[in-house]
Design a binder for this molecule. Structure first.
Ligand code: OSB
Ligand code: MG
Length: 371
């Protein structure tokens, strides 16, 4: 197969307005800043990646600025001119850098893309996925209850098989129960983004009768004991998002029974290599996974879709069509949801490229690094 030698890395810092605000109890997201990556190897292959850190540290501690610094100062210099025979070797090469998971994930992805291109196979096939269509789910993060009802109606009409609702201490469980009963064909997930506390377990328990398939991240990321205590009293399984940053966190979740399902976000665990280890672990332990979203562009979504083709992924993920968040996606081809499903690409690699006409339009700054 031959080794991969990295010759050039280009970073694009972009800022794109969302079509509509994305509102949770933690943050209102109006614009999506992001870092896109193109990585060129010695054979002329170009791999793409996307860093999913946000503008401010409301979801995890990384931001666009901290990721840019980490990439510029440590991550990219450490990989230029290095040769890799397998993408996991990159993780070893970057092990002298603590954390910075989302920054590392972006370069890990670009290298996986090149690796799959060299194999002349789609990435999903290289990692052991199957060619089944991926079931699409959408997130409703509306600013008001009235908007939420409208958004749910239009999501159901668009064919989404699953709808995720953001909940908090101020959501009304009785209203949600009635709403969910109206759509017996649709799966409903709830995402609390850590909104509940030891003092408000009773409020969380009221959601147990709503008919949610699962409740995502009821407590903040380090409150495993509290989560285990609440899970014992509820039949709706908890799915952990923010709490899962490594395979050790999955082991802890299983040992403590703080949750029953893993939400995979490759950026949060440092990339596809680590995500694949977690997938192995979950298959062995019989822990279902589903794939979460980060209000991403098509590059990151393409890696999520490849991961979603794996056998351990058991529920529809946060997969909406490109036009859900964006007027113009930064990657091509764009994602289309047809009858609630997305087809996997047939071309070698992750299956998307940057759309440079659109990237140019939204670019904030760019930096190019040569070996
Ligand atoms: O908690 O799952 C989350 C978006 C940004 C940050 C955190 C989360 C989300 C979402 C998914 O809910 C949105 C999507 O479909 O991309
Ligand atoms: Mg979540």
């Amino acid at each position: 197969m031959g080794n991969i030698q990295i010759k050039r890395v280009t970073l694009y810092h972009v800022r794109v307005p969302l079509k509509r605000p994305f509102t949770t109890h933690l943050q209102e997201v109006l614009d999506r800043e992001s870092i896109l990556i193109e990585m060129l190897d010695d054979q002329g292959n170009i791999g793409v990646g996307e860093c999913v850190a946000f503008s401010s540290p409301w979801y995890t501690e990384e931001t666009v600025e901290t990721a840019w610094l980490a990439l510029e100062n440590w991550i990219i210099p450490a990989m230029l001119n290095q040769t890799f025979s397998y993408p996991n070797e990159l993780d070893h090469c970057l092990s002298f850098i603590k954390r910075n998971q989302m920054a590392k994930s972006a370069v890990n992805h670009a290298l996986w893309d090149i690796y799959a291109q060299k194999q002349q196979k789609p990435l999903w096939q290289v990692i052991g996925g199957s060619s089944r269509p991926i079931e699409a789910g959408v997130v409703v993060a509306a600013a008001s209850e009235a908007e939420m009802y409208d958004d749910i109606e239009s999501a159901v009409n668009s064919g989404y098989k699953r709808i995720k609702l953001k909940i908090s201490q101020s959501s009304n469980p009785q209203n949600l129960k009635e709403l969910i009963a109206k759509y017996p064909e649709t799966l409903f997930f709830a995402d609390a983004n850590g909104a509940f506390t030891n003092d408000t377990i009773h409020l969380l328990q009221e959601f147990d009768e709503c008919g949610f398939t699962l409740i995502e991240q009821p407590f903040s990321e380090h409150q495993n004991k509290l989560s285990a205590k609440a899970q014992k009293t509820m039949k709706t399984p908890f799915a952990l998002d923010e709490s899962i940053e490594s395979i050790q966190d999955v082991e802890e979740m299983v040992d403590q029974q703080s949750g029953k399902i893993v939400v995979m976000k490759q950026g949060r665990v440092g990339g596809l290599s680590n995500a694949l280890c977690i997938h192995e672990k979950c298959l062995k332990a019989d822990v279902p996974i589903w794939v979460g979203g980060m209000i991403e562009f098509g590059v990151s979504k393409a890696f999520n879709l490849a991961f979603a083709s794996l056998p351990g992924v058991k529920f529809p993920g946060d997969f909406s069509s490109s036009n859900h968040f964006w007027n113009h996606d930064l990657a091509e081809p764009i994602i289309n949801v047809h009858h609630g499903e997305i087809q996997l690409p047939k071309v070698p690699g992750v299956g998307v490229k940057l759309n440079h006409k659109i990237v140019d339009q939204y670019e904030v700054r760019r930096n190019i690094f040569y070996a």
